[in-house]
Design a protein around this ligand. Structure first.
Ligand code: GLU
Length: 550
């Protein structure tokens, strides 16, 4: 019995790997072009970490004129959920991350290196596993779960590392005849890699993000083909990234410690290993402690959360780029309207340790992103969101012409309004502009310096009788509020008030506040001149009356 015969016995139908090597030839790409992939498992609720990596992959692929593809890693079929692949594809679309190759639905794909779904590649893995057995680099292992547990118990008692390695690798040194015999008699088995490593030797690895790292060599005989005939992550990584021509593997740093095994697998198989870039985990601040954002504990870990609160994916994308390269923030400040794709991303400038994901910061980024939207865009997006989540907002927005005016307040100018971080903020931010909402509810009217009923009434009455004219331009409008202040004995200028505080009860700003509060029920609103224009004289009068009478 030789290795070839053993391999034939285990995988009688598997093709020679030369078949696949020819079917998936080396990519013909320009010098320097990089091939990257994102490789999520379809376990539902796409994690922001997946999008984080996809953004990075796509950036590097674009900048190097290379390829970005998506591969679905579904070899752990217990964790899979129905529609999981579609969720991933839709999320990438939402974030405007176009894939060059990959699954386009649960079963179909585009690209020459597919299928890009591991469960559809069983035959391929088996060919490569067969090849490894033929080379004497993999072998069938007959250990039962009980035997493995017993091994670990002994290891613990002897205070040595647990795992299937060295002298503990009980089935590694069976003769080929013994192996064949067990197979023929129907004993269950899996296939293990035959590691040539020694724990007392070191390997050096230069990670694109983490820099130089040193590890003991791998000496574990990892499982490569499981009892269901599917590969483990490690073996699928070897086969897929080899055949698909990945040049840089960007993946979470929980995989960093697997690098010794992976380099060894590539080495033993005789394939060129990709470069690795291990991304820091996204962390959150949890009562002063930083910890990994987890899908189990944190709703904000799933991209669906942002859809629900109505945060544009562009905002999240900008923020994630910001986390990926700290130079992004500065670049954005200097290139306010530039396309995000113009930012020159540097993989080797990523932070090495955990990256803090801060919701407050994200909100601020989102406010800026939305401030660049036109009224029409805000309208369309809010409406899309509201149709799923908020009937009342749909009803408000159904008066489209008026709503566009409301949403257009302080928009499209040099300093656009920045009060909306997500579509779920819109209602609260504009509701006072809608008469049937404002006029039919009792308002609080939080007057400030000028607050007694008589003084307020005087301001409102005099303003509407003598000073308000809907044809005024902004300067005239403001000058008239000063006049009004003067006529009522308040300081016309804040400066004047500050130098002679004993002479005045209040100043023009306080008079403005009275007008604002009476009109909107709030002390803080966007530009009052624009608000008045949108409301129109008739409404202003009605609102003043309500303020006086309430
Ligand atoms: N399926 C693996 C994961 O989701 C992929 C890791 C990799 O990119 O290689 O963690």
């Amino acid at each position: 019995m030789n290795y070839k015969e053993l391999a034939d016995l285990i995988f009688p139908d598997a093709k020679e790997i030369s078949y696949y090597e020819e079917k998936y030839p080396k990519r013909n790409l320009p010098e320097g072009a990089q091939v990257l992939r994102v490789a999520p498992s379809p376990t539902g609720n796409v994690h922001i970490g997946t999008i984080f990596q996809a953004i990075i992959d796509k950036k590097v692929a674009l900048q190097s004129k290379g390829v970005f593809y998506v591969r679905i890693e579904d070899t752990d079929q217990k964790r899979e959920i129905e529609g999981g692949i579609t969720q991933i594809i839709e999320s990438l679309k939402d974030f405007d991350i176009e894939v060059d190759e990959g699954m386009i639905n649960e079963t179909e794909f585009i690209g020459e290196y597919g299928p890009y779904r591991q469960s559809l590649r069983k035959d391929i893995y088996q060919s490569y596993a067969k090849y490894m057995i033929e080379q004497g680099k993999a072998y069938p292992c007959f250990a039962t779960p009980e035997e493995l547990e017993e091994m670990r118990e002994k290891q613990r008692a002897a205070k040595v590392r647990t795992g299937y390695y060295g002298v503990w690798a009980k089935y590694r040194n069976l003769s080929l005849e013994e192996m064949a015999e067990k197979i023929k008699s129907g004993e269950p088995y899996i296939v293990r890699f035959k590691s040539p490593g020694r724990e007392d030797r070191k390997i050096k690895h230069k990670d694109i993000i983490k820099g130089n790292v040193e590890f003991p060599e791998n000496d574990i005989d990892e499982v490569i083909i499981k009892s269901d005939g599917l590969p483990t992550y490690h073996f699928a990584h070897l086969v897929d990234d080899h055949l698909m021509g990945t040049t840089i593997v960007v993946r979470g740093d929980e995989w960093l410690s697997s690098v010794p095994l992976h380099l060894q697998l590539f080495q033993e198989a005789g394939f060129k290993a990709p470069k690795y870039a291990h991304t820091p985990s996204l962390l959150k601040n949890d009562n002063g402690n930083k910890r990994k954002i987890s899908k189990r504990k944190d709703p904000e870990a799933a991209v669906s959360f942002y859809k629900e609160i109505g945060m544009p994916s562009l905002a999240l994308k900008e923020y994630l780029l910001n986390i990926a390269n700290s130079t992004f923030e500065n670049w954005r400040r200097q290139n306010k309207d530039a396309d995000i794709n113009d930012f020159d991303f540097q993989l080797n400038k990523m932070s090495v340790s955990g990256a803090l994901f801060d919701m407050v910061k994200l909100n601020d980024v989102s406010k800026i992103v939305i401030s660049r939207y036109t009224a029409q865009e805000v309208y369309d997006e809010s409406m899309k969101w509201a149709k799923i989540y908020d009937d009342e907002l749909v009803e408000m927005l159904s008066d489209k012409e008026y709503s566009l005016k409301v949403l257009g307040i302080e928009r499209g100018n040099v300093k656009p309004r920045k009060d909306i971080a997500k579509w779920s903020d819109v209602k609260e931010n504009i509701i006072y502009m809608y008469n049937d909402k404002f006029m039919n509810t009792k308002q609080e009217y939080p007057y400030q310096v000028i607050s007694n009923k008589e003084d307020v009434e005087k301001v409102l009455k005099l303003y509407i009788e003598k000073y308000y004219d809907e044809n005024d331009d902004k300067q005239t409008w403001f000058d008239k509020i000063k006049e009004l202040a003067g006529e009522l004995g308040y300081a016309k200028e804040v400066k004047e008030f500050k130098s002679n505080p004993e002479m005045y009860k209040a100043h023009v700003g306080d008079v403005s506040t009275v007008l604002r509060v009476a009109l909107t029920g709030r002390t803080n609103t966007p530009d009052m001149f624009e608000i008045m224009n949108v409301l129109g004289k008739e409404n202003i009068i009605k609102r003043f009356e309500k303020a006086i009478n309430e």
